[in-house]
Design a protein around this ligand. Structure first.
Ligand code: ZN
Length: 49
């Protein structure tokens, strides 16, 4: 399978200083602070801020 660029994510959990997102394509879970350094599509995050 090709490497997933995680084009679509949703927030799965959040606490004071970390937030976790799940890729809707491959199901992998990331800490969103790491993920922002990658090419995140920010639609979901923008909606919440
Ligand atoms: Zn993915």
């Amino acid at each position: 399978m090709a490497e997933c660029k995680h084009p679509r994510v949703r927030i799965v959990s959040r606490d004071e200083d970390s937030e976790f997102v799940e890729c809707l394509e491959c199901g992998e879970v990331f800490e969103s602070s790491e993920f922002r350094d990658m090419t995140i599509e920010e639609t979901k995050l923008k909606n919440e801020s």
